[in-house]
Design a protein. Structure first.
Ligand SMILES: CC(C)(COP(=O)(O)OP(=O)(O)OC[C@H]1O[C@@H](n2cnc3c(N)ncnc32)[C@H](O)[C@@H]1OP(=O)(O)O)[C@@H](O)C(=O)NCCC(=O)NCCS
Length: 184
């Protein structure tokens, strides 16, 4: 993807040198949906950075001031996307949460996906207990379109039984975005 600049952030592809910053938050992902991305050491982080560097849909969120990678976004490069639809997602280093960085980054990504890439509809899956992510969807003007009960499992309980998640789907159409659906 092209490099995108916002007020406080640079959105760019991952590149060599990002491993330590990525490891800082993927050593212990907090959202169950990202548990499978957990990294054990820096060598794994370096391999993950190499993979992301060639993934068109993978975006590093960097602080303009320091260059530090503080999180990532994805969207717009899935193989299974149809009818101008793309899934989107976000993951911040918790140290940088609560400062509006995720919103600033996602807003710029949405603009890119709708205006430059020409997507018609963007959607996000969000677990029913993930209120920060639900709030972000709503600030972006996304509509909660449904809740899938016991939709997916990312972990097992102590007895080895899957813990199923109730998963919401949020979405927004290009025409809604263009007419200023974002809440901020
Ligand atoms: C979901 C996630 C990206 C949300 O991050 P976030 O920092 O809460 O989101 P935002 O960027 O919208 O920031 C919002 C907060 O910043 C505050 N803020 C502070 N300064 C701000 C500024 N300059 N501009 C805007 N908001 C600002 C807002 O008031 C808001 O606070 P509140 O949460 O107390 O209402 C983050 O929690 C995360 O990465 N979670 C783990 C991964 C995850 O769950 N991913 C989604 C899976 S579906």
């Amino acid at each position: 993807m092209q490099i995108i600049e916002t007020e406080r952030l640079i959105l760019r592809p991952f590149r060599e040198g990002d491993a330590a910053d990525l490891f800082a938050y993927l050593r212990a992902p907090t959202a169950p949906c990202f548990l499978s991305l957990k990294l054990s050491d820096l060598a794994q982080a370096e391999a993950e950075v190499r993979k992301r560097a060639v993934d068109e849909g993978s975006v590093a969120i960097c602080l303009k001031e320091t260059g530090q990678v503080i999180g990532d976004l994805f969207g717009g490069a899935g193989d299974e996307e149809e009818d101008g639809t793309a899934s989107v997602g976000w993951h911040l280093n918790p140290q940088f949460g609560g400062r509006g960085y995720a919103f600033e980054a996602a807003k710029a990504l949405f603009d890119h996906l709708f205006r430059v890439m020409g997507f018609r509809r963007l959607y996000a899956y969000v677990e029913d207990h993930n209120t920060p992510s639900q709030r972000l969807c709503e600030k972006l003007g996304m509509r909660r379109e449904g809740v899938f009960i016991e939709f997916v499992s990312f972990t097992n309980d102590d007895a080895g039984n899957p813990i199923y998640e109730n998963t919401m789907q949020y979405a927004i159409l290009r025409r809604e975005w263009m007419s200023g659906a974002s809440a901020v």
